[in-house]
Structures are given as C-alpha cells and as structure tokens.
Ligand binder design. Sequence first.
Ligand code: F6R
Ligand code: MG
Ligand code: MG
Length: 362
Amino acid sequence: MGRITVSVIKADIGSLAGHHVVPDEIKEVAKKSLERAASRGEIIDYYVTNCGDDLELIMTHRRGEDSPEIHELAFKTFKECEKKAKELKLYAAGQDILSDAFSGNLRGMGPGFAELEFEERPADPVVVFMADKTEPGAFNLPLFKVFADPFNTAGLVIDPKMHSGFEFEVLDVVEGKSVILKCPEEMYDLLALIGTTGRYIIRRVYSKSGIPAAAVSTTRLSLIAGRYVGKDDPVAVVRAQAGLPAVGEILEAFAFPHMVAGWMRGSHYGPLMPVSEQDAKCTRFDGPPRVVALGFQVSDGKLLGPADLFNDPAFNRARELCNLIADYMRRHGPFMPHRLGPDEMEYTTLPSVLEKLKDRFR
Ligand code: F6R
Ligand code: MG
Ligand code: MG
C-alpha cells in the first residue's frame, strides 16, 4: 500500500486510414517501452490502449504527479511511436508532438495527461476515461453529475460519507488560473462557469476531507500552438466506492449522451457516444465523438483489469440515441448549431472569404 500515482498520458501519434484509429503496430512499440520501464522499476504497472486516433498510456508508479521521470518516459515512448508511425507512413504521424526538446514536464508540449496521487485504500477501484474527437470540457457535465447531482448519484443523498458533498477545482484555460468551488453550497456559481465548456474546465475533484477523487487533462493545443492542431481529446481518472461515488454512479452520468464540441475537423457539435475499446474508432463523419471507460483495481500499485465498462448492453440505448442525434445534427450540414460558432472553429475559411468579398459588401 502507501502512496501511489495513476498517470494517464496520451497523444495522437498517427492513425491508420485518416484520423480514426491507432494501429496495433504503434501500441506494440508503446507496450515494449513501458515493459522496459517496468523492468527497470521506473513504473509499477501499465496498460496501453487507444481511443480512436489517440494512443493512451495508463501507468502506476510512486513518483507522484508531474514527475519529470514519468513525463520523460511518456515523451520518449511517444517519440519511439512517432518514429514507427513515420516509417509506416501513418496519417498525421507525430501530430501531437509539438516540440522535440523535453524540459522536465509535458505541459505545453502537446500530449495530454491526467494524474492522481493518493493513499492506496485496502481496496481501490479506479475508472479511466478516454475520449476522442472532443475537448476537455466534455467531461464537465458528466463529472458535475457524478459528484454533485443527487438525481445521478444516490450516495450524495443516502451515504453518510458523501452527504457533505465535493469540491471542484475549475481551470480558466484562457487566463490560466483556477478556483475551488464547494458543492452543494456553491453549485450555482460552479454551473455558471462550467457550462462554458470551451473555457472553464473541471480539472480536479476532492472530497470535503481532501481526498483526491478525480483528475482531468486540460491541455488546449490550439492555445499552445496558436493554430489548429486538432482538438485536445481528453482523459480523466476517477476513483470510486467507499465514500466516493460507486462505479455505477460514475458510469450513469454517461447514459445521457450530451452534446460536445469536436467531431469532424474539431468544428462540430455532436453527441458523446460511450463505447467499448473495440468500438473506439471514429468513422462516421470522423465520429461521432467517443468515450471509453476502463475499470481497474489498484492493488499494491498493480493494475488489475481492465474491465471494459461500456461494453455492456445497458449502454445500447445511449448509443442508439447518439445515432439518432447524429442523424439529426448532420442534416444541418454547415449550419450552426451543428457547426461550431466562428470563435471556436478549428478550421475556417471565413477570413479569406471575407477578404475576397470585401469590395462587394455594400
Ligand atoms: C478532428 C480530426 C479529423 C480531421 C479531419 C481532417 O479532430 O482529427 O476530423 O480534422 O479528418 O483532417 P486533415 O486536415 O488532416 O485532412
Ligand atoms: Mg489525428
Ligand atoms: Mg484524437
């Protein structure tokens, strides 16, 4: 037991046939790199997977959050994968590696990461969420429901250990500042912020006694690079049970497929579809945006699992609803509110169209 850190670090290194899926060859390179790190004792355990075109490294270790060694390990692993992706001439090989010079932390370098350090409990269930074709604010609504909505999470009402509520750290990605808001006391203030999903992002959640309960990646590539480089397909780590929301309460928030920004060219709203690892590939109109949930038991730092939690007929209705919403939204074609507003679009021809037409405006 003792203190353990779960680090989920991801990057889009390139895809087979467009931007839709990481091929097995790339995951093999990543597995070998993390296997070597485990045999050297740098990490305790790992699991490599993908959500759409994003390669996901799930690791446990005792080096804490923001560890230079762990970030460097992920960076070197991504660089090896990038090399392989270039050899294979994958599409958009090395997309999220914005810089070659590693200087101690992945912040501002392209890859996204969510890390949670905690005292391992006698039994410690963790759920790792990974999404593709959307942005970190996509987790605002479900995390609010998990930790603050009594109609989602029964424990907020009937479990004495959860009845006092949770604290949310909200990051303003434009100002680079964060604020902590208590729920239920400051629920309306919290909602006033996090409804603006492109700017105010739930970064962490704590119990009122200070136990870390959830962490979300908050990288905004376009703010780093100053140009379109893809949406920042997010990841999150959520701890469950025994005074924290039950796994079922955590998953319940995803039974409602809410609308998120992303999808085709990072410029469209669409429903977030909960899927199995197998179905984590963004096909129709490069989507619809998807989310995978993997459940682990953290056991002396080892990762038992995963359980592929959305691989369950109980989520069929959510997926059917997603397909219905996708049909409805797609029929808007280039019109808002399917297409994002002009400030949020990742691809745009508007300036050049306006320039061309400027003398014709009367
Ligand atoms: C969105 C995404 C894809 C691409 C689209 C165009 O995050 O990855 O929808 O934006 O396939 O890609 P390019 O410009 O590479 O042809
Ligand atoms: Mg891509
Ligand atoms: Mg992606």
